[in-house]
Design a protein around this ligand. Structure first.
Ligand code: UD1
Length: 423
């Protein structure tokens, strides 16, 4: 297995281009199953998770062509000739469950394996299933698979009440409702920018959707959807990750394509910690105001709150802040697996349940560390940029799921980082 070696070497300077959002692309791709006509996505990120979704859609009969060096995905689902999403593909990525709603809505039946994904908590799919049931789906769980069908061949509009916000369940329900008979109201829906991006794309395909970006989304079902071309929204998690690079080791970096409105709670916390963020014509320019970062308290929340997907990276920054920071993780119950690895680099962190207390130390020291999930692995790279000596991050296949060209992008701003191929 490949590893990444980072050597801390001081301030960074230059520009980093931010890719299209992995999480938006992973829900836009299954939307192709809703229409017989082609759906083309531009600004797609080049990631292994996107290839997994390509394989999954291909296994169902969709054609996915990768153009312009992977930045354009031309998809066509003229025929869905297999209605079973097999465990062998689904287990690699939790977002695979997002084929269930569209396939059921268009075809009236679907069989999808229960998913796997990052090991950051139990992560059931009950909310996805309950939402589809509220639209008249009949479901049976058998041998690790969800068997879904609609008695009349078509879902019917209904009211879906989510007890708490779920990004994936909102996306699945939203896609399914576009082809349901009648009107569907999603109450307690998630409000993430990736959901707004999905709704924009679905509207281009002819869907009738109002209220995306709020807690109540209303969808009036239509008989069929047409094709469309849609650019994937900027990856706010990649953006936030690279904003932390100059915050953690000094210098000034411009994040091309960056927008503050995608990350307002995160930007507020960085400001409180002593990081200056300016909107430029091309994106966001980021630098520290003083030599030291101040400790801040962080609580992860659904959008527009502080994203759980930036908690590990923020912890890396706070390891060398002045004072004591408290990080509370409220979305996933097991998302501090980066803490023991950061401690191997000299950080002082005390984890109790969903709370991590970080006492800033003067410097981190390079060490061999192991990535345990996607965001954890990039937090170790950030820590390595600030550490004295060499940090070797192993199991970087996690990184390949969500960060394109991480070595090239960080090298471009002066970091000493290299990928070492497995022997
Ligand atoms: C998505 C993102 C992921 C991010 C997460 C929260 C994608 C591909 N992934 O994941 O990067 O960390 O949002 O912002 O977009 N839950 C249930 N039952 C369900 C569904 C979820 O109990 O049926 C729970 C989860 O275990 C978790 C919480 O709800 O505790 C939020 O999860 P959810 O918003 O659904 O996350 P994902 O869509 O899986």
């Amino acid at each position: 297995m490949d590893s990444i070696v980072v050597t801390g070497n001081g301030p960074l300077s230059g520009q980093i281009p931010i890719a299209g959002a992995k999480n938006a692309c992973l829900t836009l791709m299954p939307a192709t199953l809703l229409s017989e006509e082609p759906l083309t996505l531009t600004n797609a990120p080049r990631l292994s998770d996107i290839r997994t979704m390509t394989d999954l859609l291909g296994s169902l009969g969709a054609e996915v062509s990768t153009l312009h060096n992977g930045k354009v995905l031309a998809m066509s689902s003229h025929h869905i000739n297999n209605h079973m999403a097999h465990y062998d593909i689904v287990r690699k990525m939790r977002a695979s469950i997002l084929v269930l709603g569209p396939m059921l809505a268009r075809e009236g039946h679907a069989v999808v394996s229960l998913p796997g994904g990052c090991a950051i908590g139990a992560r059931p799919v009950d909310l996805h299933l309950r939402a589809l049931e509220s639209m008249g789906a009949e479901l049976e769980l058998k041998d690790g698979y969800v068997h879904a069908s609609t008695p009349s061949g078509r879902l019917t509009g209904g009211t879906v009440e989510f007890p708490f916000a779920s990004v994936g369940a909102t996306e699945n329900a939203l896609m399914a409702a576009t082809l349901a008979k009648g009107t569907t109201v999603l109450k307690g829906a998630a409000r993430e920018p990736e959901i707004v991006d999905l709704a924009r794309c679905l509207r281009k395909m002819g869907a009738r959707i109002e209220g995306d970006g709020t807690e109540t989304i209303t969808i009036e079902g239509v008989d069929r959807l047409n094709g469309a071309t849609h650019p994937v929204v900027t990856d706010r998690i990649e953006l936030g990750t690279y904003m932390l690079a100059p915050a953690i080791c000094g210098g000034e970096v411009e994040l091309l394509g960056g927008r503050k409105d995608l990350l307002s709670a995160f930007c507020d916390k960085l400001d409180e910690a002593g990081v200056e963020i300016d909107q430029t014509e091309q994106g966001l320019r980021v630098k520290r105001r003083a030599d030291h970062i101040r400790a801040v308290n962080v609580t992860t929340e659904p959008f527009p709150g502080f994203p759980t997907d930036l908690q590990a990276q923020m912890m890396a920054l706070l390891c060398t802040a002045d004072g004591v920071s408290v990080l509370e993780e409220t979305i996933f119950e097991n998302r501090f697996m980066h803490a023991p690895e950061l401690m191997r680099m000299g950080a002082t962190i005390d984890v109790h349940g969903g709370t991590a207390t970080v006492t800033g130390v003067r410097t981190l020291k390079g060490a061999p560390v192991m990535a345990t999930d996607l965001r954890a692995s990039v937090s170790l790279i950030l820590a390595g940029l600030a550490a004295e000596g060499e940090t070797t991050v192993s199991r970087v296949y996690h990184l390949d799921r969500g960060y394109e060209h991480v070595v090239r992008k960080l090298e471009g701003v002066g970091a000493r980082i290299e990928r070492v191929k497995a022997q």
